[in-house]
Design a protein around this ligand. Structure first.
Ligand code: XMP
Length: 509
């Protein structure tokens, strides 16, 4: 039985970070809404209460039902979680005089307490709260304070329950990982055996049990998630997995061929389907972005469905859903932000009467890469930038034509290959070229030109929800601009996008 830590989510923006930090110390954990979590069985070694944008002094504050946990299983309240443990058990929480936000130092630390083992006085922590604990109940003992906050951390005497008003999961809490480790390993006794290798091994066994001799279909996009999902299934059920990789004509230059060859070289049972004409015929002349997306989604389903019907007796459709999608869909206050709908195969399982299998639904993105690495996938697949499902169609602004698509492919290829050659590709999260529906005057040789402008877009990010423009070297940008204008007929101007998200987005449409 996989031992685990439960994290009860009260809606803090940092809840996922707590989970990621714990998994980084090779301990498995799961996030649940504070009011909807399974009864803890013996696999649950400890429970963490997250922070929250709410206040315990609100009229109806989020209140968890802890009777099967508190006093029985080790429990750690973080920020709101700590304040709840005070407010609901006889102490007092009041608005802070000043909002306690930012860096602070724990000036007195009881490091004989197991939560603070190896933590010294003076360590930097990160605070973010508008309320503060004014009085703790009698049975509580303070184990850490800052200059402004006496009850920075406490333990309930003779009970496996702790509270901290700061955020150990945030990078600025210098020894935050050690504190979380003290809790999950030292106090909860977790054995740190959650590694990509062990995950892969267990996942493969589970898939074998779940799927038996059934046949499974999977739509490959060339991206990291669907590739890793495919290889896990391939290791589990071999030829019973059929992958379908559709060329929609909107991938990067030579991408379809390169990726397909590398899948085949790795032994995957994959069928490449050239459907470029089907997509491009329907897109010709279309300029509205949402109409482009709808056409691409619809044609994809048609093509996939047609190919899928050629495989007999399929029972399952595999999808590369990852953990953030799963948590978003169960989160307390609904999804924290609505991004464009990215699921190209939405609606497929129902249409084809297939059951859904999601081998990565427990993993964060960085873990997907690590599992891929453990399965022996090459960096060429694991380190590639994210690429939108509708592909270059949404980077070609204005009316779609095949001719413009070819121009965009050439320019994009020069930029991406340039990033790789100059060792910049891995420091950029996502990059691409956007073809503008704008002509401008130029001069080449003795002639005036009136041709298209393109935008170079490159961003740094961790999850695409927020992003900063990449500060690429001027010399590099200059060289790429020259190369594009010299080599790509139809482009006479190159500009660089220096907008961050928010308020802009990564894509232009
Ligand atoms: P935005 O432009 O919203 O993009 O900042 C965030 C991330 O999502 C990708 N993206 C898409 N991916 N289908 C996809 O599969 C889409 O319609 C789509 N639109 C945006 C974008 O490339 C970036 O990684």
């Amino acid at each position: 039985m996989q031992e685990k830590i439960l994290i009860l989510d009260f809606g803090s923006q940092y809840t996922q970070l707590i989970a990621r930090r714990i998994r980084e110390i090779n301990v498995y954990c799961e996030i649940y809404p504070f009011n909807h979590f399974p009864d803890p069985d013996e696999s649950v070694k400890g429970v963490i209460l997250s922070g929250s944008p709410s206040s315990v002094r609100d009229k109806n504050p989020p209140t968890p039902e802890l009777s099967k946990i508190k006093g029985t299983i080790p429990l750690l309240g973080v920020c709101y979680g700590a304040q709840h443990l005070v407010h609901s058990y006889g102490g007092e929480v009041l608005p802070s005089k000043n909002r306690e936000y930012g860096r602070a130092k724990l000036i007195s630390v009881n490091n004989s307490n197991p939560l603070f083992s190896k933590i010294d006085s003076g360590t930097q922590i990160w605070m973010s709260h508008a309320d503060t604990i004014a009085r703790i109940p009698e049975s509580y003992e303070i184990i850490g304070s800052t200059i402004d906050v006496k009850a920075g951390a406490f333990q309930i005497k003779d009970e496996n329950t702790w509270g901290i008003q700061f955020h150990p999961e945030v990078y600025h809490t210098t020894e935050g990982t050690q504190i979380l480790k003290n809790f999950v390993v030292g106090i909860c006794g977790c054995s740190q055996d959650w590694t990509p290798d062990s995950f892969a091994e267990i996942a493969i066994k589970n898939l074998q049990t779940q799927l038996g001799n059934d046949k499974v279909l999977l739509g490959l996009s060339g991206g990291v998630d669907s590739s890793v999902a495919a290889f896990l299934l391939h290791k589990a059920i071999g030829k019973n997995l059929t992958c379908i990789f559709v060329d929609n004509g909107l991938l990067r230059k030579n991408e379809f061929k390169k990726v397909l060859e590398s899948y085949l070289g790795l032994g995957l049972n994959v069928k490449g389907v050239d459907a470029a004409d089907k997509f491009l015929n329907q897109l010709e002349g279309v300029s509205d972005p949402e109409t482009k997306r709808k056409i691409i989604g619809r044609v994809f389903i048609e093509v996939f469905d047609e190919e899928a019907r050629k495989v007999k007796d399929v029972k399952w459709l595999a999808q590369g859903t990852i953990y953030p999608d799963v948590i978003e869909s169960v989160s307390v206050n609904g999804p924290s932000a609505t991004i464009k709908s990215h699921h190209n195969v939405g609606g497929l399982p129902e249409k084809m009467h297939l059951k859904v299998v999601e081998p990565l639904r427990l993993l964060f993105k960085d873990e997907v890469r690590r599992v891929g690495h453990a399965l022996g996938l090459p960096d060429f697949i694991l380190k590639r930038h994210p690429f939108p499902g509708p592909g270059l169609a949404i980077r070609l602004l204005g009316k779609m034509t095949r001719e413009k698509l070819e121009i965009l492919k050439e320019a994009d290829d020069i930029f991406i290959e340039g990033l790789k050659k100059n060792g910049l590709y891995d420091s950029v999260w996502q990059a691409g070229v956007i073809l503008l529906p704008v002509q401008s005057v130029g001069v080449m040789g003795d002639e005036r030109t009136y041709e298209n402008a393109v935008v170079l877009r490159a961003v740094t990010s961790t999850d695409g929800m927020t992003a900063d423009w990449s500060h690429l070297p001027y010399e590099f940008l200059g060289a790429i601009s020259n190369e594009i204008i010299n080599k790509v007929k139809g482009i006479n101007r190159v500009v660089f996008d220096i907008s961050s998200k928010p308020p802009s987005t990564i894509e232009w449409e």
